[in-house]
Design a protein around this ligand. Structure first.
Ligand code: PLP
Length: 384
């Protein structure tokens, strides 16, 4: 730390210089992220309430009540209006809490968790933290999961299944109906990672884009991750964990006696947590409503369709999978994907690279003009 103070002006200048090289959502160049520019109303609510710490919930009974309302609202979206849960820091924290609940519920009966090889790395991280073992199910050629392959990997040591509703690499949806059947038959905990898909699939179903069930309407589903800081368009950090019952939530609560607001039981992985995030989530859910989110999802699909159609016509490029949500996976026959990615990065695109394909996520900060430019650059680099 410096000894002498620096004026706010000088600090601001240093800050601006340092951040000049950062990407911004506004540029329309961030095409590989599942996050987006926060909705201005969410940002306004967030900045107005930055002092709130819901790690000491007794200090903010009003904010806690609105969090409960937000959770009921998310629960309603996922077919369980009386779901129990919290707004957390993101999909990672939500997945950790879900697997923690699964482990506690199993009570030492086993430690294996079965999940597709497309699982987000937070599932591996959670398993390492919790002393669980992840059993990965390979994907078929079309990148989807065969339920028979899942069943083959169940053992007496299996305690949980994780289904993914919107995979990280391609936005695909696991056969969660089958997962649910297996979970009910075998008494397994089923967690659904809908970090991305939670705010997409309910509307995709209404828009006739998919008929896949993935939420609490399936009897085996015990918990769902749904991230407001992804397609929920809220401010970072904002994830969501929803449990089917209060008993499941109680499994991960820890009693804290000394807080200024009085003794309480805290369920999140973090202690001090942002009340501003929670209030921004609540406010945006109220402000946009289903109609607003449906419109955002509809726009995202328009861009997805446009980009997918363009990729089909570009010699040397291919779609790795038919898009199911707002994610387009682009493969290249004539050059390694690493080269395609670096050529695009040279042109200023912040693209996401997976083994064998590039990922473009059509998030709300993107407009048709950006995707038209991207398609033109893809065409140019594919033939270089
Ligand atoms: N689950 C899925 C399917 C994801 O794609 C991601 C992130 O992209 C996560 C969980 C983790 O979310 P976060 O980065 O908010 O912790």
């Amino acid at each position: 730390m410096r000894e002498r103070r620096l004026s706010k002006f000088s600090v601001g200048r240093k800050l601006a210089r340092a951040l000049a090289s950062d990407h911004s959502f506004r540029s329309g160049r961030i095409i590989g992220s599942m996050c987006t520019a926060p909705h201005p109303f969410a940002a306004r609510v967030f900045s107005k309430h930055i002092e709130k710490n819901l790690g000491d919930p007794g200090l903010s009974p009003g904010a806690m009540a609105l969090e409960a309302e937000a959770i009921r609202s998310l629960g309603g979206l996922l077919s369980l209006p009386d779901a129990h849960g919290y707004v957390v820091t993101g999909g990672t924290e939500a997945n950790i809490l879900a697997l923690w609940a699964a482990r506690e519920r199993a009570g030492g009966r086993g430690r294996e968790v079965v999940v597709s090889e497309a699982a987000h790395f937070s599932i591996d991280k959670a398993a390492r933290m919790l002393g669980l073992e992840i059993v990965k199910v390979p994907l078929g050629r079309d990148r989807t999961l065969d339920p028979a392959e899942v069943e083959k990997r169940l053992s007496p040591r299996t305690i949980a299944l994780v289904g993914i509703a919107g995979t990280t690499d391609l936005g695909l949806i696991d056969p969660i109906e089958e997962f649910s059947r297996l979970a009910v038959e075998r008494g397994l905990y089923l967690h659904v990672d809908a970090a991305l898909g939670g705010f997409v699939i309910p509307f995709a179903r209404e828009l006739g884009r998919t008929n896949r069930a993935f939420d609490f309407s399936l009897p085996g589903v015990q918990s769902i991750t749904i991230d407001p800081h992804k397609m929920g368009m809220s401010v970072i950090p904002a994830g969501g964990i929803l449990f089917r019952s209060r008993e499941l939530l109680e499994l991960v609560r820890i009693q804290v006696p000394y807080l200024s607001g009085g003794e309480t039981a805290l369920p999140t992985v973090v202690g001090t947590r942002s009340g501003a995030s929670v209030l921004a989530v609540w406010a945006l859910l109220e402000h946009l409503g289903r109609r607003g989110y449906r419109a955002a999802v509809e726009r995202a699909y328009e861009l997805t369709d446009f980009l997918a159609a363009e990729v089909r016509t570009i010699p040397g490029l291919n779609l790795v999978a038919e898009p199911v949500t707002n994610v387009v996976g682009i493969g290249a026959a004539a050059m390694p994907c690493e080269r395609l990615a670096s050529l695009l990065r040279e042109k200023g695109w912040a693209v996401s690279l997976f083994p064998g394909h590039l990922r473009v996520v059509l998030m709300p900060h993107l407009r048709l003009k950006h995707i038209k430019k991207l398609a033109a650059d893809l065409r140019a680099v594919a033939s270089s």
